[in-house]
Write a protein that binds this ligand. Structure first.
Ligand SMILES: [Mn+2]
Length: 424
């Protein structure tokens, strides 16, 4: 492990008096800060195994050095993040990019870092070496039953891997759709997909959930067979109680009101999981909170309010994961920034005076409603988030510690300059 308890303690010691000054100031102005801090400590965000290396676009990829090349190294990287912030206590695997050769050993390794396995993700959007039939024209929607059966068998295999690792959910994102008018019969594509999802659903263990992730466009550009939350919700409703919609923040058309989507899905008891990222145009997969932190806050506001109305546990009743691609930043630094942005938005949402907001809404007091939300959003909660880290044994300033300890340089020394992450 490149970071140990002593290093973190020394880092915190050096920053303690400045931190305490800032924290006391904000804590003195607010009520219930300790409750907020407890919720922040509980809240864990899963890191996907594919986000630990440099991503790319179809034009090119500019790899950094010291990327994890094996599943063991990916787990070590998430362990490092978790040691730094104590908020990244789970890893989400992508099959077949990360098939554990010895599930028991991998589970033990993850546990040694304090990590559990979050949702497992299937992949029928690309052909694997040696694969019999191609997914060029889709997987579960395919006109050829044999292709559909191959995709169903793959999802069942992913569930089996997940069971061995102690995971309890399967995320299905389909690239299925069409790129030209007339290419696809929409109804048949929907029915084939539903039939396939039903077979996969039937293979779920009793305590498992299936998340149906939607995306508006790309790689198909005329239609997507699970293109929006309406389509996803249709599948989820038809499948049954273990099926939920998964919201990936980058998978909407520009200007979509994601906070409203979230509120309604929660109300229907059909919101299952979240993929965090940020975007300017489409599925840009940028650092969470880097473009529109206010939208992130508004989404969290709906999440907190909606979960509280249903007495849900914020940390455990929904699946929280980052799904981003780091093309020009160090992936680990990007992930530290993303987790920080999520914790800040969550803390701000916890500050919203829900009762006053309800009063304002009941009285059509639009100006007050806006004031209440922006009062919470404009509160600098960073010392509260840092205090939560301090109390859970993490670093007061994770990104600074990452740089002070020259972690990337040491990973390059260990793994080599040219070491590239698999799977991207
Ligand atoms: Mn996603």
């Amino acid at each position: 492990m490149l970071i140990n308890v002593q290093t973190i303690a020394a880092h915190n010691e050096a920053r303690l008096s400045a931190h305490t000054r800032r924290f006391s100031s904000i804590a003195g102005e607010l009520t219930g800060v300790d409750t907020i801090i407890e919720k922040l400590i509980d809240f864990q965000i899963a890191i996907p195994s594919w986000a630990l290396g440099t991503g790319g676009t179809r034009f090119g990829r500019f790899s950094g050095g010291g990327e994890p090349g094996t599943l063991e190294e990916k787990i070590a990287d998430v362990g490092l993040l978790h040691a730094l912030n104590r908020s990244s206590g789970a890893i989400s695997l992508h099959i077949p990019w990360d098939i554990p050769s010895d599930a028991k050993k991998i589970k033990e390794l993850a546990a040694a870092y304090g990590l559990r396995f979050d949702a497992v993700n299937s992949n029928t959007f690309q052909d694997q070496p040696g694969q019999k039939l191609s997914y060029k024209f889709g997987s579960l929607q395919h006109v050829n039953r044999a292709v559909r059966q191959q995709a169903i068998a793959h999802n069942k295999e992913v569930i089996r891997h997940g069971v061995e690792l102690g995971s309890q959910s399967l995320t299905v994102w389909l690239s299925d759709g069409s790129s030209f008018p007339g290419q696809l019969n929409f109804r048949k594509a929907f029915e084939n997909t539903l039939e396939g999802l039903r077979e996969i659903y039937a293979a779920l263990p009793a305590d498992w959930k299936i998340f149906v992730e939607y995306k508006a466009f790309e790689p198909n550009f005329y239609s997507m067979t699970v293109g929006d939350w309406g389509q996803s919700l249709l599948y989820a409703n038809k499948l049954g109680d273990k099926a939920y919609t998964l919201v990936d923040l980058g998978h909407h058309l520009p200007n979509a009101n994601i906070q409203q989507i979230v509120a309604l899905l929660l109300n229907e008891k059909k919101l299952g999981g979240f993929h965090f990222n940020d975007s300017k145009y489409g599925d840009d997969d940028l650092t969470v909170g880097s473009i529109d932190p206010y939208q992130l806050f508004l989404i969290f506001n709906e999440l907190v309010e909606g979960m509280d109305v249903r007495s849900m546990n914020h940390a455990r009743d929904l699946g929280w994961m980052i799904d981003a691609s780091h093309n020009i930043k160090d992936p680990l630094e990007d992930l530290l920034q993303s987790v920080e942005a999520i914790m800040i938005a969550y803390a701000q949402a916890l500050l919203v005076d829900t009762r006053a907001l309800q009063d304002a809404q009941e009285n059509n007091d639009v100006a007050t409603a806006q004031e209440i939300l922006q009062q919470a959003y404009r509160t600098d909660v960073r010392p509260i988030v840092a205090e939560a880290r301090l109390r859970s044994g993490a670093a007061l300033a994770p990104l600074e510690l990452f740089r002070e300890q020259k972690i990337r340089e040491r990973l390059i020394q260990q793994r080599g300059e040219q070491h590239k992450a698999t799977g991207l």
